[in-house]
Design a protein around this ligand. Sequence first.
Ligand SMILES: *Cc1c(COP(=O)(O)O)cnc(C)c1O
Length: 364
Amino acid sequence: MTRPIVAEISRSALVHNLRVAQAHAPRSRIMAAVKANAYGHDVQLCAPVLAAAGVDAFAVASLEEAETIHALHLGKPVCLLGGPFAAEEVPVATDRGYWLVIHEDRQLLWLESQAAQRSLQIFIKVDTGMHRLGFVPERLPEILAKLQSYPHWQVLGLMSHLARADHPEDPFNLQQIEVFEQVLQAFSGLTVGQHSLANSGAVLALPKAHHYWVRPGLMLYGLSPFADRNGVDIGLQPVLSWRSEIVATRQLQAGEWLGYGATWQAPAACRVGVVAAGYGDGYPRQLGTDTIITVADQKTRALARVSMDMLFVDLTHISADIGSVVHLMGAGGPALESMAASLDTIPYEMSCRIQMRVPRRLGP
Ligand SMILES: *Cc1c(COP(=O)(O)O)cnc(C)c1O
């Protein structure tokens, strides 16, 4: 690969962030959310680092994602957060021993028809108020009774998800935590007791939600779930460093136009660098002129429109040339959280949108 663009994944930052999660939830086990290719960070690079550093299990969103982890032979349980999506998935999932989160009646039917005699480990998803997935608490006696009637099946615990953990002060969190606790009290003894409620926001700020398994995702990548703070403000280290290089430079005279649409006109003589990164790599096209970019460790700004494979930076007041390193976002450059905020989105989406044509590489 010779196009100079890369997203470097920091091994030490990943391990550091895992330690932060462990320190916040010292009595809980860590189920690392590595769905969506580890939030765009490359699960094949991240999962082995996390496994070696002591993560207790992995959580994914699909059978395909589980198979990717299985192929890495990390020796850690893999949990399908949405359970099976079709009856055909059940035999594969049971062969592999994946943990299944069951949230819907048809999944029970698939299990009964495909795995009545197979050993299964199951979480029951309970809807505590988010109203996305899960059985309403009133249905739990019936669901539990059905699951208990299959001697090969083991209910590890109950699982739920918080709707407002990114705003930990919101009383809605306490409501959900309370509903979860009531449900646990009613059914303690009927499960193995490995209950789970907390994602990153709750790991960091809602200790009452921790229970047996915490399920951090975003924070492991060094990103903050809280809109008013970046990861570094809460003791995390950004894992991803998205870089490229200057591949051409231009001297413009006052009044000359730059790039597609000729939308930017040089107000005075200036020097422009062309960077090998564009919206085809996932660099948002909305981030044109005035977006902060770091070139050769100096802060400067993007100019004009972002193209598919290239973008422009202002080199007028900095010392940089062809081959200079450009930090587009993440470690060494502008924080991914700030870039997300300026686009009115969240770091989750920002990191997921870095395209696969940007090679990920494990670094120190
Ligand atoms: C993605 C996901 C998580 C992880 O959430 P973060 O906010 O990234 O920590 C936890 N639980 C469920 C059910 C999820 O889908």
